[in-house]
Structure formats: C-alpha cells, structure tokens
Design a protein around this ligand. Structure first.
Ligand code: MRU
Length: 371
C-alpha cells in the first residue's frame, strides 16, 4: 500500500482516499452512513466517473482524486505517449465538476510536474507523478491542520456551532477544514456542540457530517435546512462555521447551496459567520464571486417525483457576499474584512514563503460579532 507519510502528524482517523498497488481506493460517500464501502479505481476514466457521480466529493478531496487520476493515466499509457495521456486525463478530470477551485489547483500542479519530466521513460514519469500526488495529499492535510489550529482560537471555550454540508475529513485529504477546526478546538480543551443542516438534496450534513463527528463523540444534532432560522432566533448556537469550494479575491465565498441563507441569518442575529478553507480554495484570479461557475445538477437528485409538467432548478452551490463573512480562516492566516486587502496580504506573504500569521485589515475590524 502506498500510504501517505504524514511525518510528525498522527494519522487521521478517517481518510476518503488511499492509493494502493492496484489503483485508487475511495470511500464511497453515497453509501454512508449505512455502509463503509470502498471502490477501487484503476483508470482516470473511473476516477472522473467517481467524481461526477459523487462517490468522492468535497472540494479538496476531488482535487486529490484527480491528482491520483493523472498518475493512473501515465501508469497505463503507451511508452511514447505518456505526456499526451496526462494531458487528456487532466482535461477530462477538470471537466468533471466546475465549481471547486481545488480541482484546478491539483490538476495544474500534476500537469506542470508531468511537463517537467519530459524525456523520462513512462515508468520513471509514473513514479515521479505518484510521489507528487502523495505529496499533494500530504500538503492538503497539513494545510487543514494548520488552519484548524488558527480557527480553533476563534471559538469560545464552550462553543455551540452550526455547520452546513460536510467540510470534514471526508471532503478533504484528511482532518477536514470546518470540522478540522472543531477537532482542534476539542484538542485545545474546548467543549464543542454541533448542529448541522441536513443539506438538501444530497444530505451531506445529515449523512456525512453527523456520521463523521458522532463517531468521535461530538454531540451532534441534525436540523432540516429550513430550521436554521428558528435555531438562530432562539440563540441555540454561538456561531456559524462552514467550508468553501471557491473564494474570490474579494472575499466572496462559493459553497454548498444553503450557505448564503445561513450568512444572512447570522448577520440578522449578530452572530459570527466563519469560513474555513485551505489556500488551494482561494482563487486570486477570480475578482468577485459572481464570476464563479455554479454547478447545476439534475432534477432526479431531488429524490422525489414531481407532478407531470413541473420542472426543477437544482443549483448545488451558492454565493455568499464578502460583506456577510466575519473571517476567512486559511492555513496562511486568518483574513478579516476588508478581504480584498487581507487576502492580498496573505497572497503576497505566501509568495514570499512566509508561514502562519494573522492578516487583520488596516481598519482593524475583526469582523462583526467576533468571539
Ligand atoms: O457537492 P459537494 O458535496 O462536493 O460539495 C461540498 C461542499 O460544498 C463542502 O462544504 C465544501 O467542499 C467544503 S469542503 C472542505
């Protein structure tokens, strides 16, 4: 088994992807929580299918699956054709789902690595690309752990948190982003109670987040998405914490559909609205969230039959304007409004290779209702 070496970090309790000698093993998230079934994907086509069909999902996890898919393409390629095979696989994998920035982040790194290997044999290139994919996997978990430590500092000692969808180990290379922060807060000795919206129509909240957290002993309560209003009105939570699929340079956040209403509610009730994501989710070329491509899926995913002649619209992400976000927690630091300034600061600092720090905007605003 080609296990990822996580260095000093303890192995995560849960990882949705694992490279084996036969291919990429993915935990089939469509079958959780009823069954822990693993799929073995041997070709880039099978990886693309698993991403499209949601067997593997979550922005960082689909990026990593695609990275392994490019390795698989080169492994099975003809001797003189491996770079073209990598390019074809990169294009096919990029076309699987349009919204998550992490997919492009991973595919571009793999393809750049492949190009740098020109002149090597297929076997040598495949070995180098296998190493690169494992490195990206490890990097993802490291980013999650770093942002989680930073985010945990923002939580009160007894935190009642509303989250949405699944931004946990299942959605990433391991540990998770929003759920990683909850893990890190508990490691800091804080008490954490979690409410999660069921997340229609795929139920990532009810099926995945509830499963992932409850198996580690977190108190978890599922609510219908529509119950978020009364939950906040009754002040049953202290803050809202979500992941992200793409973050624009402006601080606009694209995340699972249903996130935007939560941000509006948090603003209405004066509660912090935090977004957690590795830097691979930040798209500095996207000036505002309105330019992001929002995936729309079929009406069959609603899970029930509509009356004849009735259509359905099923966008699976939405856009939360930066003005509703209290802070964006990344592995490079915590960005506060105005995000155009603080994210630019983190971008430049990252380019200079600086480590973790706090990017508080010049206005000093630590965000509405920060804890
Ligand atoms: O459609 P999905 O299940 O891939 O969408 C996932 C989400 O929206 C997550 O909340 C997001 O990717 C954050 S993942 C750390």
């Amino acid at each position: 088994m080609n296990r990822v070496d996580f260095g000093d970090y303890p192995l995560p309790s849960l990882r949705p992807l694992e490279l084996s000698a036969e291919g990429l093993r993915v935990l089939d998230q469509r079958r959780l929580p009823g069954e822990e079934a693993w799929l073995l994907l041997r070709t880039p086509e099978e990886v693309a299918g698993a991403i499209k069909e949601m067997a593997v999902r979550g922005a960082p996890a689909i990026g990593l699956a695609a990275a392994y898919g490019i390795f698989l393409a080169v492994r099975e390629a003809e001797e003189g054709d491996w770079l073209s095979a990598a390019e074809r696989a990169a294009e096919m994998l990029l076309a699987t789902r349009p919204t998550a920035a992490n997919l492009r982040w991973a595919v571009e790194r793999m393809y750049a690595c492949a190009r740098s290997l020109q002149g090597l044999s297929r076997e040598e290139a495949a070995e180098a690309l296998r190493e690169k994919a494992l490195l990206l996997h490890r990097e993802d978990e490291e980013m999650n752990r770093r942002l989680s430590r930073l985010g945990a500092d923002l939580l009160p000692p007894r935190a009642r948190v509303l989250t949405h969808c699944n931004a946990g180990a299942l959605a990433t290379g391991g540990y998770g982003t929003a759920l990683g922060i909850l893990r890190a807060a508990r490691e800091q000795g804080k008490e954490v109670e979690v409410f999660v919206g069921e997340t229609r129509p795929w139920l990532q909240g009810a099926r995945l987040t509830a499963w992932e957290l409850s198996r580690e002993g977190f108190p978890v309560t599922v609510i219908t998405d529509a119950a978020a209003g009364i939950l906040l009105q009754r002040r049953m939570v202290d803050l809202v914490l979500v992941g992200a699929d793409r973050i624009a340079a402006s601080g606009d956040v694209v995340n699972k559909v249903g996130t935007y209403p939560l941000a509006v509610l948090a603003s209405r009730h004066g509660l912090p609205f935090y977004v957690a994501a590795p830097w691979s989710t930040v798209d500095t070329e996207l000036l505002s969230g309105g330019e992001a491509s929002i995936e729309e899926r079929g009406k069959e995913e609603l899970g029930y039959s509509l009356p004849p002649g009735v259509s359905a619209w099923n966008p699976v992400f939405d856009l939360t304007p930066a003005e509703l976000v209290t802070a964006i927690i990344t592995d490079r630091g915590v960005a506060f409004p105005p995000f155009a300034t603080s994210l630019r600061f983190l971008t430049r600092a990252g380019e200079r290779g600086r480590d973790t720090f706090l990017a508080s905007a010049s206005t000093g605003g630590e965000g509405r209702g920060g804890t």
